[in-house]
Design a protein around this ligand. Structure first.
Ligand code: NAP
Length: 308
């Protein structure tokens, strides 16, 4: 296609404003042509409230979907049916069945579908993948503890069915895990702390195994105030790798490596442009499968009500 790809952003909330709009503005391969949101507005472009009527003649070739996961399936199917290439925020949908329906529809219609996992584009993740590929990993532990009030202020949807609760950030860790340690991962046990006034967990502890043998643990907690912890610690015999701050920092046997600046969302849009140009899709759903398995296998523990 000659010239930039006209793209619409759907769901003008926190992540659209914080990351997608700046990344689109900085990428000459895209031109923001419209915003669709019930209340949110973007200055300088036409704004619409109804996605399906927008799709009938909205002058865009691509759509970036930033709504909560539980409302995505109908929007995705409408965009695909209208022949628009599609970039979806993580988690790609609320269930495995929904995302499999979306992937099949995109394939049948011949549109590009990119189910993004922004944490995979953190600067140290590729170095971590290469370190692991050259070794026999003997254990891996995830600690992902953050303050829900800071990252999801006033967002009621995260506590509703399909809202993911603490798996909303936890799936970022699982997206890194499944990228740096490819192969099957199964959940052996899970414990989910669910506030008495919510439908989703505020904390979760998972015991897993990779490739049938390697022990993995994950400790997700949304109640951490002060400094935030997004760590993955990998052991390979006596060697140790620490992927810290969500993949922004890397320590090998205690020695810090220079991994370069943060660039997750600019990298996502560079990849989307390449996929659109090549008429290809990127639709890995392995992180969502682990969350689904944790919910299937998880023991729920009632905990204190959550007040925002
Ligand atoms: P958000 O602030 O609530 O924004 C989502 C927007 O979607 C809302 O502002 C809302 O705008 C629109 N929307 C459409 N249907 C909705 C519905 N039924 N319920 C609620 N909102 C609806 O959420 P967010 O933090 O941007 O998260 C959106 C997605 O980005 C999630 O999948 C999340 O995992 C991902 N993400 C978030 C972060 C973060 O730091 N918050 C980071 C990375 C990825 P209108 O009311 O105008 O329609």
């Amino acid at each position: 296609m000659a010239g930039p790809i006209p793209i619409a952003i759907v769901g003008v909330g926190k992540i659209a404003r914080d990351q997608h709009l700046p990344a689109i503005a900085a990428n000459p391969d895209f031109l923001l042509a419209a915003a669709i949101s019930r209340q949110g507005k973007v200055e300088g472009v036409p704004n619409f409230t109804d996605f399906e009527s927008f799709l009938r003649d909205g002058p865009v070739a691509a759509v970036a979907l930033c709504t909560p996961p539980d409302v995505r399936v109908a929007m995705c199917l409408a965009a695909i049916e209208a022949g628009r290439d599609l970039l979806i925020e993580k988690p790609p949908a609320a269930t495995l069945g929904e995302i499999e329906t979306i992937i099949a529809a995109a394939k049948a219609r011949g549109v590009t579908l990119f189910t993004t996992w922004h944490s995979r584009f953190a600067p140290a993740v590729e170095r971590a993948r290469i370190w692991i590929a050259a070794r026999n990993v003997t254990r891996l532990d995830i600690i992902w503890r953050e303050d829900v009030r800071r990252w999801h202020p006033g967002q009621a949807w995260i506590w509703l069915p399909g809202g993911f609760g603490v798996f909303d950030p936890g799936i970022n860790a699982l997206s890194i895990l499944t990228h740096i340690l490819p192969g099957p991962i199964h959940v052996e046990a899970a414990e989910l702390d669910v506030p008495s006034n919510a439908f989703t967990a505020i904390a979760a502890r998972l015991a897993m195994r990779a490739r049938g043998t390697i022990p993995l643990t994950a400790d997700f907690d949304w109640r951490q105030e002060g400094p935030q912890t997004w760590s993955i610690v990998v052991e390979a015999g006596s060697e140790r790798m620490e992927l810290l701050m969500g993949g922004a920092e890397l320590l090998i046997d205690g020695r810090r490596l220079d991994v370069g600046p943060e660039q997750e969302y600019p990298a996502i849009y560079r990849r989307f442009a390449r996929l659109v140009s090549a008429r290809e899709s990127d639709t890995d759903i392995s992180p969502l499968r682990i969350v689904a398995d944790a919910c299937l296998k998880g023991r729920q523990v009632a905990t204190d009500a959550f007040r925002d």
